[in-house]
Design a protein. Sequence first.
Length: 269
Amino acid sequence: MFRSVFFPVRRRICRSILFGFACVAVSSCASPPTPATSEVSSPPLPVADLLRKADENYAQRENLDEVRDGIQVLRRVRALEPSNYDAAWRMARLTYRLGNNSTDRSEREAIFRDGIAAGEAAVRVQPNKPEGHFWLGANKGGNAQLQGPLSGLSAVKDLRREMETVIRIDEGFQGGSAYMVLGRLDLEVPEMMGGDRQRAVEILEKGLRFGAENSLLRLRLAEAYLAVKRPADARKQIDYILDMTPHPDFLVEYEESVTKARRLLSTRF
């Protein structure tokens, strides 16, 4: 989920996705000649199949080309069905992944804008579901961090509002990930802008009720314990991360957590 700053430059790789087109050429040497056949196109994939394809792309999100492909698939769905909630929040999810991990600043800026637009569309269509709010907040946070530290009041307020909305709708969404984001905010935002390290600890501990196996949440809790000078408790969280068996759907996030947990272990203990 949120990374440290939600960065060599490389050329953007754009791959187009072609669905269901086959060209068949038939010729005959018999007499009299047969009429020429025309190209035959298979019907386009249904929206449900396109959404499944985007989910397959997301499952391979460690490869940013897969992420880019998934975004193109969802752009196609949204062109067909602009009010499709499932396409909109999935778009925001993939754009956040690309925006957080691309090394091309111009790509990141453009993709976060797309993600914010998709998240806003999802929230308009289904304001009482958590996915749109969560990924809208994630893209807003990523975009704000790209422009500079999360010091702007509007960025902080936007993030807090979206994550608090997620909690009101579904406290346990994605293993307490909204709690993780709120705790992260209180850790990183200066006190004069509303940050509070002790409150970060309390929020993240609440999140553990829903995210005992959320490695990123435990990583943020370890950071919060260190911030309030509780190194023994921080060490327990780090040890838990290194010893846990990750959920197969979140191996990418687990590997990121392990890397950062080991860094904390080597630099703070």
